[in-house]
Structures are given as structure tokens and as C-alpha cells.
Design a protein around this ligand. Structure first.
Ligand SMILES: CC(C)(COP(=O)(O)OP(=O)(O)OC[C@H]1O[C@@H](n2cnc3c(N)ncnc32)[C@H](O)[C@@H]1OP(=O)(O)O)[C@@H](O)C(=O)NCCC(=O)NCCS
Length: 146
């Protein structure tokens, strides 16, 4: 993802996320050196993801696919690529938080090998006040492990 992609990324974000990131969130992610990717369809961004590398764990901060391209396997392929990138960088795990009310994302994460490791109570704001975050992890084999 480049700064020039942010307009189109933001348009997708506002269309598919109930509580979208702001332009500032995407610009901060780029400026902070997080790994920010776009997938292109017909020369335009149609999906994107933001991955933050820690010292031992990577954290998936955002992933979305434009409505017209959903349920075609793009989210799964993008997530598998991100997990591979984390593995290549010798991370132990990929972590993420997901709204308890987002069954599509939870199904995708489970399919990609993530498991639930905890709940952050009333972590997100929602129409009803707040909702829980489910914390999920994908354990990665470290190279050189027996
Ligand atoms: C979650 C999201 C990224 C999935 O992307 P996608 O490209 O549509 O997903 P895929 O086509 O790769 O789906 C892979 C699997 O995930 C599950 N899945 C995806 N969307 C689903 C849905 N709407 N309902 C139920 N399961 C779903 C299915 O198991 C699916 O496999 P199948 O199509 O063979 O049944 C997409 O729905 C999206 O952008 N949602 C809005 C943003 C969001 O919620 N992001 C995650 C939180 S930050």
C-alpha cells in the first residue's frame, strides 16, 4: 500500500466495515512502518491488510476485501500470505482481535489456522454500547525447531 492508495482503500473500508478506520489510521500505519498491503483487481485496490511486527509476535490490525470481490477466496489467500510473511520473519505467532459479532471474519480466521485464546470484554464500541473482542492466535513453527 502506498499513500496514493489510501483514498481507494478508505472507500472500501467505509463500505465494508461497521466501524471503519479513518484516513489518519491508514496514514499512521504507513508512517509507522507497519506492513500494509493492497490486492489489486483490474488495476485498482480491491482488498488490503495491515500487519504489525513485534519482537516475537505479529499482529493483524486490519484486513478487508471490497464487497464485489468477497467470497472468492481473496481474503483467505491474503491471510495465508500474511501468515507466511510472519513465518519468514521468524515470528512465533500471529495475533488478532475480532468483534464477537463478525462471524465472517471469525470463520475465515479459523479456516486459516487461528484459534481463540481469549476474550477482551467490552473492548469495542458498538451500537449497543460495547462488545467483546475475541483474541485469536495462529502459532507458527520456527525454523530450526525440532
Ligand atoms: C472477512 C473478509 C475479509 C473475508 O474475505 P473474503 O475474500 O470474502 O473471504 P474468502 O472468500 O477468502 O472466504 C474464506 C472462508 O471464510 C469464511 N467466510 C468468508 N465470508 C463469510 C461470510 N460472509 N459468512 C460466513 N463465512 C464466511 C468461509 O468459510 C469462506 O470459505 P467458503 O467461501 O469456501 O465458504 C470479508 O468478509 C470482509 O472484508 N469483511 C469486512 C471487513 C472485516 O470484517 N474484516 C475483518 C475484521 S478487521
Amino acid at each position: 500500500m502506498q499513500a496514493s492508495d489510501v483514498d481507494e482503500v478508505l472507500a472500501i473500508e467505509c463500505a465494508v466495515q461497521a466501524y471503519p478506520w479513518t484516513r489518519g489510521n491508514f496514514c499512521d500505519a504507513l508512517e509507522s512502518g507497519y506492513l500494509c498491503y493492497v490486492d489489486e483487481c483490474d488495476g485498482k485496490p480491491c482488498g488490503y491488510a495491515v500487519l504489525m511486527m513485534g519482537s516475537d509476535d505479529a499482529e493483524l490490525l486490519n484486513i478487508a476485501i471490497a464487497k464485489a470481490y468477497q467470497r472468492k477466496g481473496m481474503g483467505r489467500r491474503m491471510l495465508e500470505s500474511l501468515v507466511q510473511i510472519a513465518r519468514d520473519r521468524k515470528m512465533s505467532r500471529v495475533l488478532l482481535e475480532v468483534r464477537a459479532s463478525n462471524p465472517a471474519a471469525i470463520a475465515l480466521y479459523r479456516l486459516a489456522g487461528f484459534r481463540e485464546i481469549g476474550v477482551r470484554r467490552e473492548y469495542y464500541r458498538s451500537n449497543n454500547g460495547s462488545e467483546n473482542a475475541i483474541v485469536m492466535a495462529c502459532d507458527l513453527e520456527k525454523r530450526g525447531d525440532a
